[in-house]
Design a protein around this ligand. Structure first.
Ligand SMILES: C[S@@+](CC[C@H](N)C(=O)[O-])C[C@H]1O[C@@H](n2cnc3c(N)ncnc32)[C@H](O)[C@@H]1O
Length: 374
């Protein structure tokens, strides 16, 4: 059985480290004084304990509701696992519905103290369900490119690549052979390139995305920087053709909010099958404060409606940590024997690690609210 465990909260503030990695911007740019100012704003934002105001306040209520929901939903999800693993469409539909219902229940909290109800109501208003320009094949190429440029600028300013690499460090370290890394939904490969730049021959990086256009930007940047990263087109939700254990670490950053809850559970399961060492999902956590601040920065930096829209919408679509933990507990990965850990990392990230190995000696701090294993 999985269990909730209350590890002592550690020190997210130590995560604010000097930036040593540069984002792989797809357009060479000279920093204007406005860019420098915005970069300072982002630098200041990384010193906040969190952009996410409501998440930690609602964590206990969400965890309690999750336990209630999973009592009913977990046995049903377990019963559907065989069908899901056999790719039976009816089982997948029913499984996705079960997972979706649990997440919906966590988003419809109407319990407890009136203040908690108010916070839950504000979170419901925060929640967006719209699609994003970066997923829309009919969106003009220059708009989609503006979205990727904006993402690189934000990631650079927030020091995201270094933060994530440090978080994953124990799993990335070279053992008998270079660590084989698969980055799903890589976009233009900013993080994949940052990993290669940092770990060099200790990692072999394959960066994949559903859009060839983004991969082409990544390939061009890899060529410019002399980084040996493979870019391949791959749907992150259809990993069936990849052999078990083909990679050591499978990761997906800032992308799971593009997927439904059931799909996230299935991606965790599939990724666990192909990752010998660990699966890492990192995303932002839903936040109206972060959405407003980063959308303003996006708008001033790019002047692009698509980039501003996607920044504002995506930060309102993201999963709260307890939602991610509930999804993971219903994932076929758990039945495959993975240990699942989720956590929050300042200034506004959530992560999930699934691994057949339970030992995890990350030098990096996170507030782990849930950790479970079969
Ligand atoms: C917000 S970007 C994240 C890019 C990058 N991982 C990062 O952290 O900066 C989301 C990416 O998810 C990709 N994506 C969406 N659905 C996908 C799918 N089913 N399979 C693979 N990639 C997908 C989009 O093309 C886009 O590049």
């Amino acid at each position: 059985m999985m269990h909730a465990c209350s590890e002592p909260a550690r020190t997210p503030r130590t995560l604010v480290t000097p930036m040593t990695l540069r984002a792989a911007s797809s357009r060479p740019r000279k920093l204007s004084s406005l860019d420098s100012l915005l970069r300072r704003v982002l630098g200041l934002a990384t010193r906040l304990p969190s952009f996410v105001v409501l998440g930690p306040l609602l964590a206990r209520l969400r965890t309690e509701e999750s336990e209630r929901q999973l009592k009913v939903a977990l046995p049903r999800a377990v019963a559907l696992t065989g069908g899901v693993l056999a790719a039976d469409p009816a089982a997948i539909r029913a499984f996705d519905e079960e997972v979706g219902d649990v997440v919906e229940a966590l988003r419809s909290l109407d319990l407890g103290h009136p203040l908690a109800r108010l916070l839950a109501a504000v979170d419901r208003l925060t929640l967006a369900r719209g699609s994003e320009y970066c997923d829309d094949p009919s969106c003009a190429p220059e708009d989609r490119r503006a979205v990727m440029d904006c993402l690189a600028f934000l990631n650079d300013g927030l020091g995201s690549y270094e933060l994530w690499a440090n978080l994953m460090m124990p799993d990335l370290a070279r053992r008998q052979h270079p660590t084989r890394v698969l980055d799903l939904a890589t976009g233009h490969g900013g993080f994949a390139l940052a990993l290669k730049a940092r770990f060099g021959p200790d990692v072999e990086v394959t960066a994949t995305d559903i859009f060839e256009e983004y991969l082409a930007l990544g390939r061009a940047e890899a060529g410019r920087r002399g980084l040996d990263v493979r870019f391949e087109q791959q749907d992150a939700t259809a990993l069936g053709s990849i052999a078990p254990g083909a990679y050591d670490v499978v990761m997906c950053t800032q992308s799971i909010h593009h997927f439904s809850p059931g799909m996230v559970a299935r991606v965790i399961g599939e990724a666990s099958r192909i990752a010998g060492r660990a699966v890492w999902l990192v995303d932002g956590e839903r936040t109206i404060v972060g959405a407003a601040l980063l959308a303003l920065v996006a708008s001033l930096d790019t002047g692009s409606w698509a980039a501003t829209h996607d920044t504002f919408v995506s930060l309102r679509k993201m999963y709260a940590e307890e939602e991610l933990a509930a999804i993971a507990r219903m994932s076929p990965a758990v039945r495959a024997g993975s240990t699942i850990t989720t956590g929050r990392v300042a200034p506004g990230f959530t992560y999930l690690r699934a691994s057949p190995w339970s030992n995890r000696a990350s030098p990096y701090s996170a507030t782990e609210l849930f950790s479970g294993s079969v």
